[in-house]
Design a protein. Structure first.
Length: 499
């Protein structure tokens, strides 16, 4: 007898509908699973056998049993196929399950028949709503993810018998209320905690208002990391569709989706992170740090300590807003529209430009700064100096808090949205003096076409923060100050300071 249940396979952050076809027939007892399953999927036989026995569910194993996960050309990973396979086998054994072909099923079986949570449930629920299915049955541990899929009835189940009762019902009862995920409201570090650093605070405000990439340079302990961690608090709240994107990526990566609901993600990978961990991929394509920072902030501390090859893979997502992972069996595209904030020391010892004497030779400094390629630096809009903080600054009054700065950022973004669709040349409206300064910047500083474009966008953001329609010479001068910044390099592609 043949029975079919519905589930989904998640590749990257996209879910694909999978039909678990279970067939039982007379013959030599044998369990066969086909459809490109990995080891975790194949091992479901042992879990299902034990769950049936411990839940006192009768099933005739003395037959030839075949399970096909269609489409057969799509690789299947993980243990989320346990529940649909188990219910499909019971239906093939003659049990009446009227809802089996209209409900999405996902969950890992424990040996006692309990249901354990699985990654990627949110993309599966989005697929179920898109396919017009009646409902979804998921482990109770994944129920909180249903908050972002309001148009699909979701039923949590603690065990196999509970899931069996739901799928076997003639009509589904009203779904239970969705629990509020713990830790949704998280405290955001306040900008008032940062003492001094007027230039760094200004760069942070401009970056937040325009979504610009930012590089801080300064000695250890000057406040670079403190500034970076306060950027998410300055950004506008996520729109509902953006919140779904962010939560779906975290769900596909096996991280609690509830922790990012309603707030911008902030990711800070260690400098020993590999290329695959940073941008995603691997034998089973999974989101990397750049995708986990989607719609949020990716902070790279000690930027020159990252391997150069690791940093170079950032160039594509910085331009395209997504990562394209190509493997033998196909191509997976994962969203990666993030705001890059990086921090670095001015020299290997970190004392250059501070009161403590620097012992680095000029060759050491050139070698250290030369670890960053010109094309990567060209994609960073703001280069801000963060000098050492004096005693008076450390013991003085606190700076401006996050709240008023955030209001200015929101006002600037509102002006940008009102002008949406107009070209950069129309947005700039540069004064003649500003035009002359731009021409000198290109001729003397050697700005590239990309560098000039990003310089104009920063100047436009500065004008928006001040409430001006026209970009003036002071706006261009401030943008040029942050564009050239404190980072110098002997690389011919790197921006040089204007003498």
């Amino acid at each position: 007898m043949l029975a079919t249940s519905l589930t989904a396979a998640v590749l990257g952050v996209e879910a694909h509908l999978v039909r678990a076809e279970a067939d039982t027939a007379a013959g030599f007892p044998r369990f066969t699973m086909v459809g490109l399953p990995d080891s975790a999927v194949k091992e479901s036989e042992a879990r299902i056998r034990a769950a049936f026995r411990n839940c006192c569910l009768e099933f005739k194993w003395d037959r030839r049993i075949t399970v096909n996960l269609a489409p057969a050309g799509l690789r299947k990973y993980g243990s989320s196929f346990d529940l649909p396979t188990a219910l499909g086998l019971l239906a093939a054994d003659g049990r009446t399950l009227p809802r089996l072909g209209r409900v999405l099923l996902a969950g890992e079986l424990a040996l006692d028949g309990g249901l354990r949570g699985v990654p990627g449930v949110l993309p599966m629920l989005l697929l179920a709503r898109q396919e017009g299915l009646d409902a979804a049955v998921v482990p109770a541990a994944n129920h909180a993810e249903a908050t972002l899929v309001p148009d699909l009835p979701v039923y949590p189940a603690l065990s196999l018998p509970e899931a069996l009762a739901l799928v076997g019902a003639e009509s589904l009862p009203p779904p239970p209320p969705v629990p509020v995920a713990a830790g949704v409201v998280a405290s955001v570090p306040d900008l008032a905690d940062v003492r001094g650093q007027a230039l760094g605070r200004r760069a942070l405000e401009i970056a937040a208002a325009g979504g610009h990439n930012l590089l801080f340079s300064g000695p250890p302990g000057s406040g670079k990391t403190m500034l970076a961690r306060r950027l998410p608090g300055l950004l506008p709240p996520l729109r509902p569709e953006e919140a779904v994107e962010v939560a779906a990526i975290h769900s596909a990566a096996g991280l609690p989706a509830g922790e990012v609901i309603g707030r911008r993600p902030f990711r800070s990978p260690h400098h020993t992170t590999s290329e695959i961990a940073l941008v995603g991929g691997g034998p089973r394509p999974r989101p990397g740090e750049v995708s986990l920072a989607h719609r949020g902030v990716l902070f790279l501390d000690e930027l020159p300590e990252f391997r150069r090859a690791t940093l170079e893979v950032l160039r594509q997502p910085l331009e395209d807003g997504q990562m394209t992972v190509t493997r033998q069996r196909g191509t997976v595209r994962i969203p990666a529209r993030f705001q890059l904030v990086a921090a670095m020391n001015p020299c290997p010892c970190g004392r250059r430009g501070s009161a403590t004497p620097c012992r680095c030779t000029p060759a050491d400094v050139r070698s250290y700064l030369g670890r960053l390629s010109g094309p990567l630096l060209d994609r960073i809009d703001l280069h801000g100096a963060v000098p050492a903080v004096s005693y008076d600054e450390m013991t003085g009054t606190r700076g401006e808090a996050t709240a008023p700065v955030r209001l200015r950022v929101l006002a600037a973004r509102a002006r940008q949205e009102a002008r949406e669709g107009r070209g950069l040349a129309q947005l700039a409206c540069r004064a003649p003096a500003a035009e002359r300064l731009l021409r000198r910047a290109v001729d003397v500083a050697g700005l590239s076409a990309r560098g000039l474009d990003r310089l104009l966008r920063v100047a436009r953001t500065i004008a928006d923060l001040a409430g001006r329609e026209e970009v003036g010479v002071n706006d261009v001068a401030e943008a040029l100050q942050f564009r050239l910044g404190p980072v110098e390099s002997v690389d011919p592609y790197t921006i040089q300071a204007v003498g």
